[in-house]
Design a protein around this ligand. Structure first.
Ligand code: SF4
Length: 611
């Protein structure tokens, strides 16, 4: 359902106002990433400092939050990323999204900069600005509890920054519901820069749907399918099941992507994690899958570490740092989650620093006595702390790989594994070449969530070790498939349960909201969303040179058995880029023609950036 209301909060003036939006606007931007991106485009002026008052942190809910739709209670947040300087769009789910809906808003935009630390309390129709001086320094989970205790109501749901966001770590997260992370691209730094420690919401309105009877029928079917083999991987082992599969294919990033095969993979596999450390699987609100594997360390120096583990966190702070010791990896992830920093960017940035140490570019003195050799989990755990608190070398690493490598130089740029400033994901692009194109063109950087372009590679639909012009269309289609999920806000792990997502999703949306949408209109919506994100970046000065991959993928062949010798030829990447821009009906420079934007109903943006 929709309320037709966007709440605007100015923390400089400590004022709020409600913007009414029409049915037409809601049908056009729907929710999630698309709505958040539109709010960002409209509320962040060109050239805004991501850490300044002009940046806006724009939350957009799902049309399904708080309803019976399984895996649909999620929100998106868009901002100008302090890491990339482009649009950052992140997702998280669970009870915070439901409270947000019940408070009566489809979107919330936070702008300005407070003159002292505050937390913002949205209590249905009331907005108040509360002193947060006693909350500063608290970890993410503690902040949630502290705010609930202050209000004296367990129904209050809190989205918070941790010590990392307070210190403007450029990849700081927003955290809600004890561990759901709106991660990647640093929204925690954008909110932390406003001196806002948390956004707390109490929503008490009831959420109604347009056609409860039919909605129940389709949701029941979807919920039953979500209990079958279609989601078994996620229910039993969760995404850590990927460790051995990626290792076999030779694309498991190891020692800062120097290899795609890790000799310690068996020790840190999803199977071993499950057997030795998994305490229970938990689920986001309304989810019949429950993929979140909560792992605990039961003995040894990390005894008591407890957090949920997914493949991406595991690769980044495990094999990519040469670590084959699960308790050390769990402790590192546990620290990231509690201090509110992104596990992937943290792991990849630390692995860059470890390679600098391997190559004598950084020395023991630079690390204040630490010796970050590959596999030294104690050093990695300590580096996580230094990043979150910006201590010593942590102050440099808190800037992310791109800025750190630009500062250190000495050839370390070659192995700074990022695109547009965002650290790479857990699939080596040399061994998944369709995905490498997806990484190059990603509007927020190299992302397995925004582009599902690894699927044709992993499923053998193409020769994953070589390039081809057909990858342009494949990458576009993979972005649009992911786009439906990110706009409707279905969790990606349910994607295998739809008969045909292009007809099923509009049907569920219709029963929830009362609005009609054809599958053609859904295709157009996903295109609108992607072009909107791209338009934001173009307005910020994006050029074709920004769509590229890290130098290592272009020069160093992979030594791993499963992808031996694989490397991306620069001419192949240029060819795939040409094909992708053509598939998107953009110019050869990757700019968007006015007529394309007008056809997508983005006439005002056509005037701004169309060619
Ligand atoms: S599958 Fe996992 S991430 Fe997705 S909604 Fe369920 S618990 Fe949350």
């Amino acid at each position: 359902m929709y309320w037709g209301k966007i709440l605007h909060i100015d923390v400089s003036k400590r004022k709020s106002r409600v913007q009414r939006v029409s049915k037409k606007w809601l049908k056009k931007y729907v929710g999630g990433v698309c709505m958040a991106s539109r709010l960002a485009y409209d509320n962040i002026p060109k050239g805004a400092d991501p850490l300044g008052p002009e940046n806006a942190v724009c939350f957009a809910n799902s049309a399904f939050s708080g309803t019976m739709v399984p895996v649909g209670t999620k929100y998106a947040v868009a901002h100008k990323s302090p890491l990339t300087g482009f649009l950052g769009d992140c997702l998280a789910g669970s009870y915070f999204a439901a409270a947000f809906k019940r408070a009566g808003y489809d979107g919330i935009v936070i702008k300005g900069k407070s003159d002292s630390p505050i937390w913002v309390f949205v209590d249905d129709d009331m907005v108040s600005f509360e002193d947060a001086s006693d909350l500063m320094g608290l970890e993410t989970f503690e902040t949630e509890e502290a705010i609930r205790a202050k209000v004296g109501d367990q129904r209050v749901r809190v989205c918070t920054v941790g010590p990392g966001g307070e210190r403007l770590v450029r990849f700081a997260n927003l955290t809600n519901d004890r561990g759901r992370q709106a991660g990647r691209t640093g929204p925690g730094a954008s909110l932390g820069a406003k001196l806002v420690k948390a956004l707390a919401i109490r929503g008490t309105h009831s959420v109604k749907v347009a056609d409860p009877e039919n909605l129940l029928k389709v949701c029941k079917k979807l919920g039953e399918l979500a209990q079958t083999t279609k989601t078994e991987k996620y229910r039993i082992l969760g995404t850590p099941a990927n460790v051995l599969a990626m290792n076999r294919l030779g694309v498991l990033p190891t020692r800062n992507y120097q290899n795609g095969e890790f000799e310690g993979a068996e020790k840190i596999s999803g199977e071993v994690l499950h057997e030795r450390h998994t305490e229970k699987a938990v689920a986001c609100v309304g989810c019949p899958i429950g993929c979140e594997q909560v792992a605990r360390v039961r003995e040894g120096i990390y005894e008591g570490a407890r957090t949920s583990i997914d493949y991406e966190s595991l690769f980044a702070l495990g094999p990519n740092c040469g670590i084959a010791y699960l308790p050390g990896i769990i402790e590192a992830i546990h620290r990231c989650d509690r201090w509110g920093i992104d596990t992937m960017s943290t792991g990849v940035t630390i692995s860059w620093a470890m390679e600098c140490y391997q190559r004598d570019i950084l020395t023991k003195d630079d690390f204040d006595g630490l010796e970050p050799e590959w596999g030294n989990h104690e050093a990695v755990v300590e580096l996580v702390r230094r990043i979150a608190y910006r201590e010593g070398i942590g102050d440099l690493l808190a800037e992310g790989t791109k800025r750190a490598a630009d500062k250190v130089g000495k050839g370390s740029e070659h192995f700074a594994m990022n695109v547009k400033g965002l650290e790479c994901a857990g699939y080596d692009g040399r061994g998944f070449q369709t995905f490498s194109l997806g990484c190059a063109v990603g509007t927020r950087g190299p992302c397995h969530n925004r582009s599902l372009a690894y699927e044709p590679d992993a499923k053998g639909k193409v020769d994953r070790l070589s390039a081809g012009p057909e990858r342009g269309m494949l990458a576009k289609e993979a972005e649009e498939f992911a786009g439906v999920l990110d706009i409707m806000m279905f969790c990606k792990f349910i994607r295998g349960c739809f008969d045909d997502m292009w007809t099923d999703a509009p049907e569920i949306w219709k029963y929830s909201t009362g609005f009609d949408m054809t599958s053609e209109e859904l295709h157009q919506l996903t295109e609108r969303s992607w072009n909107l994100k791209k338009s934001f970046n173009i307005r910020e000065g994006w050029t074709r040179e920004d769509d590229w991959v890290p130098p290592r993928w272009l020069k160093d062949p992979l030594p791993s058995k499963g992808s031996k010798g694989a490397v991306i030829k620069p001419e192949d990447m240029r060819m795939m880029l040409d094909a992708y821009y053509e598939a998107r009906e953009w110019t050869p420079e990757g700019l968007i023609p006015k007529k394309k934007l007008i056809a997508l109903g983005l006439d005002d943006i056509a005037e701004d950036i169309g060619v």
